[in-house]
Design a protein around this ligand. Structure first.
Ligand code: B1M
Length: 620
């Protein structure tokens, strides 16, 4: 039977590029959500009906002139869903797992877990049907996308619990990884291979195992190790190629060697890391190793443009690959439901233009410049505001030497992530008559300030920040009853939420921890919160500030809706916004009262708003 769609030329170009070199450098794209929007399909249908999915992706690829279609669905979700984690579906975007509560908390939960039956569990049958239809419609068998062990463990335990367990109970985490590899992935993938003996390979996604969300040492032990365990048990190419964080490591060579261990066939590096690191070093690494490259272009660029920047980036990346004898391809990262069609057309037209020899930027290199690294936009640090309250601002010189030593020790327990010693020393400090606010401000909050600065400067990564925050919280638990007894309120109350359509919560949770570390009470509404929910909860909780987080360009409109609803209802709560795609310009545009580029900056913004609120109420 003739295939319905013909992408043969693109497939030939791609195979040549990845196996020795090609004349015309190809491009590939993560395109499922863009296809869903282009086809006008509902999210719940697109990601559960294989015919809609495969035809949709093929039609989009054909209409826009993609070299090849890409049949990766919401690859992070399928296995965890088959294990019973709840899937949340959306009308206008890909589904997501409900990641707020852990599915596995301890050994007992782990012992209860059963290996899913690939013939019936969750959407595993949907995956089989997709593989079947891809062959029918394109004449080619595509590889099978899966969720790599580390990210799956993060789904099952939640990211924070996984990190805590890695630090406190690594043996348990190894058991979880063994379960995930031996009891979930191996049977599932082997079953699929049996159904489709001509499968070219398994293609894993593992974004959560990236820097700076975890450290390089953690990555080696808990992400790379399990992937190699998986590879050993499968007999077709099995790779995991989407670790980020190349711009965070001090040892790129080791990081990249590790990438080749989990993806031996080629070397992949993507924006924003590639844009910051520049092209010379990665291309030199690939040349030395004799590998083809996959160079990823930032989804935010496709989202926001402008046109000239899209064209220029496409040309720049195509050109370095061409210079490397055409060994590799360009990758358009995550074209989403809200990526403007015009921008996708521009990107593809830029490829055509390049192939036709129209090269207005030939030889120009922007990646890796000071501008690309963001060094020209000098950030100014806002001075922290000292809030009213007993004990704050009291000069340290008044303290006697012994008290100072004790406060230093408490400070060190936070800096050393010592969750046991921190509360013990706080108790001792109180017994020795050191004032509760001195312990709070001069030891606990001071340490979290320092941690915040170190995180902003890239000296420490997310796990260290998380562990410091836990130690600080343990100390705070000792102070809390006394603070309540003395009737002194916390510095303020902040309500946080990740907005509707978005389940990314690692950043929001860090903001919450930093706020607690700075003495605020935090009410966390979790993820996927509708504007109406956020407003109703604000009215019930009466916070000083409401903080909204968004990590997806597709969920930014929901952030705007929330701010608009607050304005329309004349609600008195100042709203601050943040998250990777959110900028000061966007915050201003939607009328938010503040913006935090990262967790420490968010705390400064809250300080400012609360101080301004206090001044206003004093005036009133
Ligand atoms: Co997703 N994901 N993800 N993901 N994921 C991104 C965000 C993405 C950039 C990767 C990519 O494809 N290029 C992309 C978004 C593209 C876009 O729209 N611009 C993306 C996508 C598309 C998706 C899915 C659709 C699936 C997919 O990858 N194709 C799907 C969507 C699910 C949904 O929400 N509906 C999805 C799913 C997931 C996982 C579940 C696998 C996992 C989330 C786990 C979790 O949160 N519990 C995940 C992860 C881990 C990522 C990356 C790798 C990391 C995000 C993160 O946690 N960063 C991310 C790619 C990347 O960044 N390299 C990616 C660490 C965190 C500390 O940083 O959240 O930015 P961040 O928080 C910072 C600041 O932004 C700021 O402070 C924090 C600390 O300094 N901040 C605030 C955050 N909130 C703030 C609020 C404030 C102030 C500051 O005031 C209130």
């Amino acid at each position: 039977m003739m295939p319905t769609f013909d992408f043969e030329e693109g497939y030939r170009r791609f195979n040549a590029a990845m196996n020795g070199g090609c004349e015309e450098v190809p491009f590939i794209a993560q395109m499922h959500e863009f296809s869903m929007a282009y086809m006008g399909a509902r999210g719940d249908l697109f990601y559960s009906d294989a015919e809609t999915f495969v035809r949709g992706v093929c039609t989009t690829a054909r209409d826009f002139g993609f070299d090849t279609p890409s049949f990766i669905w919401d690859a992070y979700n399928v296995e965890a869903e088959a294990l019973g984690v709840k899937l949340v579906t959306f009308k206008d975007m890909a589904p997501a797992l409900d990641n707020v509560k852990p599915h596995i908390r301890d050994e007992t939960d782990l012992a209860r877990m059963k290996s899913p039956d690939p013939a019936t569990a969750g959407r595993m049958p949907f995956v089989a049907e997709v593989l079947h239809l891809v062959k029918e419609h394109t004449g080619r068998r595509s590889s099978l996308g899966f969720c790599a062990p580390f990210t799956m463990a993060a789904h099952l335990l939640t990211f924070e619990n996984l990190i805590v367990q890695i630090m406190q109970n690594p043996a348990f985490v190894h058991k979880v990884m063994t379960f995930v590899v031996d009891e979930v992935l191996v049977p599932y993938l082997q079953y699929m291979q049996k159904q489709f003996p001509d499968l070219p390979g398994f293609d894993g996604s593992d974004a959560t195992a990236s820097l700076p969300f975890i450290t390089q040492v953690m990555q080696e032990e808990f992400a790379l190790g399990p992937i190699e365990r998986l590879q050993k048990q499968l007999d077709i190419p099995t790779f995991v190629d989407n670790w980020w964080g190349d711009s965070f490591t001090d040892d790129k060579e080791r990081f990249w060697e590790n990438k080749l261990r989990v993806t031996p066939g080629y070397f992949k590096i993507q924006d924003p890391d590639l844009w910051k690191v520049g092209l010379a070093e990665p291309m030199d690494f690939a040349r030395r190793k004799g590998k083809s490259v996959v160079l990823g272009i930032d989804n935010n660029l496709f989202q926001n443009g402008p046109e000239e920047a899209i064209r220029q980036r496409v040309h720049e990346y195509l050109e370095v690959i061409e210079e490397a004898a055409g060994k590799g391809c360009v990758y358009f990262c995550s074209l989403s439901a809200v990526t403007p069609r015009a921008h996708v057309e521009i990107a593809i037209d830029a490829v055509r233009q390049f192939r036709a020899g129209e090269r207005p930027w030939a030889g120009e290199r922007r990646a890796g410049t000071a501008e690309a690294r963001g060094e020209t936009a000098k950030k100014t640090k806002t001075a922290a505001v000292v809030l009213p309250g007993p004990g704050t601002g009291k000069p340290l010189s008044e303290a006697d030497e012994a008290a100072e030593k004790r406060l230093d020790e408490i400070y060190d327990t936070v800096m050393d992530y010592d969750e046991q010693a921190c509360p013990r020393l706080v108790r001792e400090a109180l017994d020795e008559g050191i004032g509760v606010y001195r312990v709070l401000d001069d030891a606990l909050i001071a340490a979290m300030d320092e941690i915040g600065d170190m995180f902003s400067e890239g000296v420490i990564f997310v796990p260290e920040m998380l562990m410091a925050a836990r130690s600080m919280k343990a100390g705070l638990q000792v102070l809390r009853p006394i603070l309540t007894e003395t009737g002194e309120p916390p510095k303020g109350k902040v309500m946080l939420a990740t907005v509707q359509g978005d389940v990314h919560d690692i950043g929001k949770n860090l903001v919450g921890m930093m706020l607690e570390g700075a003495g605020y009470e935090v009410v966390d509404l979790g993820v996927n919160a509708t504007p109406e929910d956020i407003l109703a909860n604000a009215n019930a909780e009466n916070p000083d500030v409401v903080g909204l987080s968004a990590l997806l360009t597709t969920s930014m409109p929901s952030m705007q809706k929330t701010v608009v609803l607050f304005k329309e209802t004349k609600s008195k709560y100042p709203v601050i916004v943040g998250g990777a795609p959110v900028t000061q310009t966007f915050a201003d545009h939607i009328g938010a009262d503040g913006y935090g580029e990262n967790a420490p900056r968010a705390v400064e913004t809250v300080h400012r708003l609360v101080a301004a609120g206090n001044v206003m109420s004093a005036v009133a």
